[in-house]
Design a protein. Structure first.
Length: 277
């Protein structure tokens, strides 16, 4: 059995989506999200229904070999636009197919311009509706996979940033290292007792790890003091919650833990916590 071999005679792309077409404008392959991520697809050409009240309706496939059709294909200079002219000579119909890939978008656009010299009514339809749906399913699957990868990259970057922030605080105050770990752990244990959702437990975990991030803005003479704080030092030390809030609020990724960082020394009854040494 001979296997069909398809060659790309024309390529259009935008750095995200790439299409391979033959000289008749037939879509052979879609490449997404990388040029080597190949997905061969079926013929996606439109067809025409020629309507004549005096005659039986007739369907014409633009690329149908049963018709006397000429093709002319060229790129628009200095663009990623491909134009394919199709002339169905014995039906007095011409079609200009334009394929265009907008820069940095996960899409390609195809436009048809029809010139009808036959004086008969023409209705456009897709050659095979199921093939159109299948292409949509293929692209949707690829887009979903690409989104999953991007989300994983974002999550990895987020976790790396948390670890970096932790190390910044630990570099200044060795006490904070074990303290933040314990706060995070105990917060999650309490959250589980309250049957919190997983995403809420994750917020508690991250909030506990970063609750003292604001200590990077406290003077070492106060932060590392081993004795009791003076009133002035105590007031300065209390500012670490506000400093931490101001640091993290600039990154939307940390929005869910802002209240934890800002208020982790507050009591639920709004009374002041006793002064710590």
């Amino acid at each position: 059995m001979t296997k069909n071999i398809y060659f790309n005679n024309a390529i259009i792309g935008n750095g995200k989506v790439t299409l391979g077409l033959d000289t008749r404008g037939k879509l052979l392959r879609a490449y997404f999200p990388q040029p080597d991520f190949k997905s061969q697809i079926s013929d996606m050409h439109i067809a025409f229904k020629i309507y004549d009240e005096m005659e039986e309706n007739e369907y014409i496939h633009v690329c149908g070999e049963e018709y006397n059709t000429d093709y002319e294909q060229k790129y628009v200079q200095d663009t990623n636009i491909l134009k394919t002219n199709m002339y169905i000579l014995d039906k007095d119909i011409s079609v200009l197919q334009t394929d265009f890939a907008p820069l940095n978008e996960n899409m390609c656009i195809r436009n048809y311009e029809i010139k009808n010299s036959s004086n008969k009514k023409i209705i456009i339809y897709t050659k095979n509706e199921e093939e159109t749906k299948e292409l949509g399913r293929i692209i949707a699957k690829l887009v979903k996979e690409e989104i999953r990868k991007k989300n994983k990259e974002i999550e990895d970057t987020y976790l790396e940033s948390i670890e970096t922030l932790r190390k910044i605080v630990e570099a200044k105050d060795e006490y904070t290292r074990g303290h933040s770990d314990r706060v995070s752990g105990y917060a999650c244990l309490i959250g589980k007792k309250f049957c919190l959702e997983q995403h809420e437990l994750e917020t508690l975990r991250i909030g506990g790890l970063l609750d003292d991030i604001g200590k990077v803005g406290i003077k070492d003479s106060i932060l590392l003091k081993t004795g009791r704080f003076t009133d002035e030092e105590y007031e300065e030390m209390k500012k670490h919650t506000v400093i931490g809030y101001e640091i993290l609020k600039k990154a939307s990724r940390f929005k869910d833990i802002l209240n934890i960082v800002r208020s982790h020394h507050e009591r639920i009854d709004r009374k002041r916590l006793s002064r710590w040494t």
